[in-house]
Design a binder for this molecule. Structure first.
Ligand SMILES: [Zn+2]
Length: 274
């Protein structure tokens, strides 16, 4: 709503702004955070139900060291009779376009504001998970068993043109996770023995302990991950309120569009539209 609509109908302008402001201030952040956290805990519950072998081990939020000192954050890792499952949870809403071979994928998200949409670029999550898998292999020297890469999108996302070529890579909706995991389970049953599962777990926990001792790095990583999760949902990374499309009024960029926090001027976060 513009300045002109305020002049034409000040009462309506004020009441709609107050309503929108209050709703976002009170519920926007809470709902956004809750949905993100709920997405991840729901995934770990589904994983728990799908892995029926008693020796299976599930680890959430695992930080593993890279040889070069960086860390890889793995949302969910399962070590089961049917192999190692590396699960990456994506809370993106909207339309998703992407090919396994591209470096970047595209998200098109409706802002719910005057029919405008945001086009976002996201790093190819298959490549991201491949780098996690590479890191796991580095830490498990000589591992020969199967590794399954699962990229789990929320059911609020819609795959428009997503192409996967590799046989051990799955890009799926959360609601299909249970079925897909059961299928992998059946196909790869007996790949790992009880001793092998325990051995892998031990090696990874020792590697992770090295990362956790440098707590600061892990915290910074966590904060960056939180901000990325907000952006995935079209929310302000600073305060969690929805982002809206705005047009620059002055300066060298006058007339061009950018993303701004809907709580402006309380929050001044802006971002270029790419
Ligand atoms: Zn904000």
């Amino acid at each position: 709503m513009s300045f002109w609509s305020f002049l034409l109908n000040p009462d309506r302008w004020i009441s709609s702004h107050i309503k929108r402001g209050i709703r976002q201030a009170v519920f926007g952040d809470l709902i956004a955070e809750y949905k993100g956290a709920r997405g991840e805990s729901r995934v770990s519950r589904i994983v728990g139900r799908a892995c029926t072998d008693t020796t299976a081990v599930s680890i959430n939020d695992l930080y593993l060291p890279w040889p070069d000192g960086r860390t890889a954050q793995i949302d969910n890792l399962i070590i089961a009779e049917s192999g190692i499952y590396v699960i990456e949870v994506k809370n993106y809403k909207g339309w998703i376009f992407g090919n396994e071979n591209n470096q970047y994928w595209t998200q098109i998200l409706s802002t719910g504001f005057r029919g405008e949409s945001i086009k976002n670029r996201l790093y190819n999550p298959i490549r991201q998970n491949n780098s996690h898998i590479y890191c796991i292999r580095k830490n498990l020297k000589g591992y020969k068993g199967p590794i399954h890469s699962l990229i789990v999108f929320s059911d609020e996302a819609e795959f428009k043109d997503v192409t996967v070529n590799s046989s051990n890579v799955y890009v799926l909706y959360q609601s299909n996770l249970y079925r897909v995991m059961r299928e992998i389970n059946d196909a790869y049953k007996g790949s790992l023995s009880e001793e092998e599962i325990a051995d892998i777990r031990g090696k990874l926990m020792i590697a992770a302990a090295g990362v956790n001792s440098s707590n600061h790095t892990a915290q910074v990583k966590q904060q960056i991950a939180e901000k990325e999760k907000r952006l995935e949902r079209g929310l302000c990374p600073r305060c969690g309120a929805p982002l809206v499309v705005r047009t620059a009024k002055k300066g060298v960029n006058a007339g061009s569009q950018f993303l701004g926090c809907s709580r402006y001027p309380e929050c001044r976060y802006t971002r270029n539209i790419n």
